[in-house]
Structures are given as structure tokens and as C-alpha cells.
Design a protein around this ligand. Structure first.
Ligand code: BGC
Length: 483
């Protein structure tokens, strides 16, 4: 139970999280922090290839060859987490660091040892490891075979996941399969803005969607059959979504546009994993539009009956990454358009007056997190949810009061979601522990609680004011107002 106490003793103004089953932590991802891109037998990922071959696509031509060099500095990272009192650390395992060409015939022992060391360091510091199996760094060799659009990825990913359970599952009890399938499918294979940059909206994109869902389900069943009994952990999937406000709340098209955006963004993944099939709205819209466009069949593949059975109830928890919100408006003006962003028959935009920060798409809209939590609670049978990412970008500096404000306001909304909307939220991870490689935006936006000096050879780390604030939040188990 999480108890809200407005004024503890009349002097300190704090809202108290008294429940110790609500945990606080921070998150990172392998490609964004590890560096050591080819060290000790690590294979190439498609992000390595992309940043090396097309640097013009990345701000400043940056790449993550060294990044925060966490491959060599992980002990310091864990010490920083411990100093903040973090209860969990969400990190990701780099598939090509363990399996250089993606397949299990060749295991890279030093890569395995790196994660063993990291996990044991966390354990010694009483920090729970939350491991993501896939945070976008696909082995380049598999990418060349079509990556997530190739149905063989079901086997490749399952073999890799099984190996991770065997290697680390005695210590890791919280597993996440895929980080943000929407970015993986719609951005990497739809509009081509993330590696490997495939532009195939509504065709390759839906093949990826179909495979991501089925691959997640395969892994869930492997965990159930082979590991759950002896390891006793949990497995989830991490989705990301803005909240949407209807442009005109009095216009039914705009109200429907909100749901449509959410269904095409996260429902398309979660609905099958709870009920065994895509949401009706998604199936209907893609089918109708495909017909009009002259396709022989819907561009969205169908699950067969066995798959439908297999997909039902396929996660123990949902990881939610929430950063921002948008405004949705019904829009049927593009009958030829394809892909999640258009097939949903809605457009989205953000209000100019919303508070902005150093990432163009990240407007600060704290109440949106509560709405998304409630939407997930209402649509998917009150799932267990961890907030696996929530964070703010600035241009650097240690006096990051805007970040403190962001954390404070979002945590208050999370608390309301728990207390007032009956959402089953059990943890919050700030993104990110460290300033890091922000994908196409390179190193310019700073999102860390800890600043990283990229000019220093050891990538010197310095805690920001927000790290101090978060430390106080964790020890008080409270959203502290007076800082
Ligand atoms: C991703 C992170 C990323 C963050 C901020 C999320 O979409 O999971 O890798 O750094 O957003 O852009």
C-alpha cells in the first residue's frame, strides 16, 4: 500500500511512499552507455554499422563506440546507484556482445563475464537487476537477413533469450524482452528513422510487429516451461506511449482518434498478448485501407488459431516508458498512406505552449503519465506495471532544477494513479542514470542524473543536483516538495 501524507509534521511538506513494495531505480541501455563496441570479441550491431556508415544521419556525426565506457566503468556506475539508494537498475544486455553473429553456436565468454560482473556487483550492493534482452542493438548479421521482418527471428531471439536465462537467471528475476516495440517496428522498419533505416511503412513495419509479438510470446513460454519453476522470476515487455488529448473533446472523431493512436501505438502489441489477437479497430482499419489501396489481403498479417491460443496472457508485467503527450485529431485525408501513423486515421501534434526541453519531441506534460497508466489498467485487466523510463533532457550542467521538477511532477501523478485510479504500479525508473548516446540526437541532449564528461578519457562522472534530489526521494520514499 502506498500512503499519501501531505504534511508529515507540519514542517516538511512531503507525500510519502511508505510501501516498500514500490521500488525506485534508474535505467540505461547497452548501446547508449557501454562503449567497447568491438572489445573482447563483441560482434557488430546494426547501430554500430549505421553510425559508422551513415554518420550524417546522427547529430554531430556521433557514435557510441566509447559512449560512457560503462564496459570498463560499470563498478563506478553501480557505486553511483548504491549511493543514491536505488533499489533496482534497469540495464540491457547487448545481444552481439554475447553472441557476436547473433546465433548461439558461438558464445563470447568475455561478454558473458561482463554481465556476470555487473550483476554480481549489483547483488553486492543490494540492487535488483532488471534486464532487458533487446534494446535495439540487433546483431548486424541478423539485420542483414531482414532482422525483425524475418520470421526466423522467433528462433534466433528465443535461443538468445534461453541462453540469457541459463547464464543469468539465477540472479535476474525481472526480465524484459523488447524495449519499445513501437520504435523497433514503426521507426526502424516503417519510417526508417532508426537503425537499420528500412522505409516500408505498413508492410515491413507490420511484418516486424507480427514477429515482435510472436517472438515475445515464444520467449515467455520458454521461460514458463524451462525456468520459472527453478528461477522464480517474472517476464514482461516494455511499451512506450505518449498520452493524447482530443483536439476537440466535443468532436467524436477526435475522441476516437485518441483511442486509435493508443491502439496503433501500444494496443497493437499488448492486445494480442492479453486477448490473443490484434484490436478490432486496428484489424478493421488496416484491412479496409489495404483493399482500397489495391492489396490482395490486409497488410497486417493474421495470427492462426494456435498462435491466438499461445499469445493469450503472455506477460507478468508491463514496463511503461512515458515521456510526453500529444493532441490527436481524426484524419481520413490520406487514403493512400500506410503504417501505424497513418492507418490509425488520426494525426498528432503538440501544443506550442507546452513546456519544452532539449529534445524537440519531449514536451513536459506530467498528467499524461497518469492517463496512460489508467488506460493500460482499463484495457488490459489491471496489469502489474513498472515505469521503466521517464526522463528529461537539457543541454548539460549540474544545477538541473528543471529535471528535479520533472521527476517531482511525474512521481506525484504516478502516486495519484495508484491511489485514485487503482493502478497496480510497483516501481519507477528514472531515465537515465547517466548522460548517454541519445540515438539520432547523439550526445547533445543530456538526460542523466549523473553528468558524463565525454572529453575526459575515463568519462568522468559527476552527480547532478537531481541525483541528490532523487536520493532524498528514495530515502524518504516521498515526493519531496521543498527542493
Ligand atoms: C528509449 C531510450 C531513449 C529515450 C529518450 C526511449 O524511447 O528507450 O533508449 O534514450 O527514449 O529518447
Amino acid at each position: 500500500m502506498i500512503v499519501f501524507v501531505d504534511e508529515l509534521d507540519g514542517e516538511e511538506k512531503i507525500n510519502v511512499y511508505q510501501a516498500y513494495d514500490f521500488i525506485f531505480g534508474s535505467a540505461t541501455a547497452a548501446y547508449q552507455i557501454e562503449g567497447g563496441w568491438s572489445d573482447d570479441g563483441k560482434g557488430e550491431s546494426h547501430w554500430d554499422r549505421w553510425t559508422h556508415c551513415t554518420p550524417s544521419l546522427i547529430a554531430n556525426g556521433d557514435n557510441a563506440d566509447v559512449a560512457c565506457d560503462s564496459y570498463h566503468n560499470y563498478k563506478e556506475d553501480v557505486a553511483l546507484l548504491a549511493n543514491m539508494g536505488a533499489q533496482f537498475y534497469r540495464f540491457s544486455i547487448s545481444w552481439p556482445r554475447i553472441l557476436p553473429d547473433g546465433l548461439v553456436h558461438k558464445i563470447n565468454e568475455p561478454g558473458v563475464q561482463y554481465y556476470r560482473n555487473l550483476i554480481s556487483e549489483l547483488k553486492h550492493n543490494n540492487i535488483l537487476p532488471f534486464a532487458t534482452l533487446y534494446h535495439w542493438d540487433l546483431p548486424q548479421k541478423l539485420s542483414e537477413l531482414g532482422g525483425w521482418t524475418n520470421p526466423w527471428i522467433l528462433s534466433w531471439f528465443t535461443d538468445y533469450a534461453r541462453l540469457c536465462f541459463q547464464l543469468f537467471g539465477d540472479d535476474v528475476k525481472h526480465w524484459m524482452t523488447i524495449n519499445e516495440p513501437k520504435q523497433v517496428c514503426s521507426f526502424s522498419y516503417g519510417i526508417g528513422l532508426l537503425a537499420p533505416g528500412v522505409c516500408s511503412p505498413g508492410v515491413g513495419e507490420y511484418l516486424a510487429v507480427h514477429n515482435v509479438i510472436r517472438a515475445h510470446a515464444e520467449v515467455y513460454h520458454v521461460y514458463n516451461k524451462e525456468f520459472r519453476c527453478k528461477q522464480g522470476g517474472m517476464l514482461g515487455i516494455v511499451v512506450d506511449s505518449p498520452w493524447y488529448e482530443p483536439e476537440d473533446p466535443g468532436n467524436p472523431d477526435d475522441v476516437a482518434a485518441v483511442d486509435s493512436k493508443l491502439l496503433f501505438g501500444i494496443g497493437i502489441y499488448l492486445h494480442p498478448l492479453v486477448f490473443g489477437d490484434y484490436p478490432d479497430v486496428v484489424k478493421e482499419k488496416v484491412k479496409r485501407r489495404s483493399e482500397v489501396q489495391g492489396f490482395q489481403r490486409s497488410r497486417l498479417p493474421e495470427f492462426n488459431d494456435d498462435e491466438k491460443l499461445k499469445l493469450k496472457k503472455c506477460f507478468d508485467f508491463i514496463g511503461l516508458n512515458y515521456y510526453t503527450s500529444g493532441i490527436a485529431k481524426g484524419d481520413r485525408s490520406n487514403p493512400e498512406g500506410k503504417g501505424c501513423f497513418v492507418d490509425c486515421e488520426a494525426i498528432e501534434y503538440q501544443a506550442h505552449c507546452w513546456e519544452s526541453c532539449a529534445l524537440f519531441w519531449l514536451k513536459v506534460v506530467p498528467k499524461g503519465i497518469r492517463h496512460v497508466l489508467k488506460w493500460l489498467t482499463d484495457h488490459f485487466e489491471r496489469p502489474l506495471i513498472y515505469i521503466t523510463e521517464n526522463g528529461y533532457a537539457d543541454n548539460g550542467g549540474l544545477e538541473d532544477y528543471a529535471r528535479i521538477n520533472y521527476i517531482k511532477r511525474h512521481l506525484s501523478q504516478v502516486k495519484d494513479a495508484i491511489d485514485l485510479d487503482n493502478c497496480n504500479v510497483k516501481g519507477y525508473a528514472y531515465w537515465s542514470l547517466l548522460d548517454n548516446f541519445e540515438w539520432r540526437e547523439g550526445f547533445r541532449p543530456r538526460m542523466g542524473l549523473i553528468s558524463v564528461d565525454y572529453r575526459s578519457p575515463c568519462r568522468r562522472r559527476t552527480p547532478k543536483k537531481s541525483a541528490e534530489y532523487y536520493k532524498n526521494v528514495i530515502s524518504a520514499r516521498a515526493v519531496i516538495d521543498d527542493q
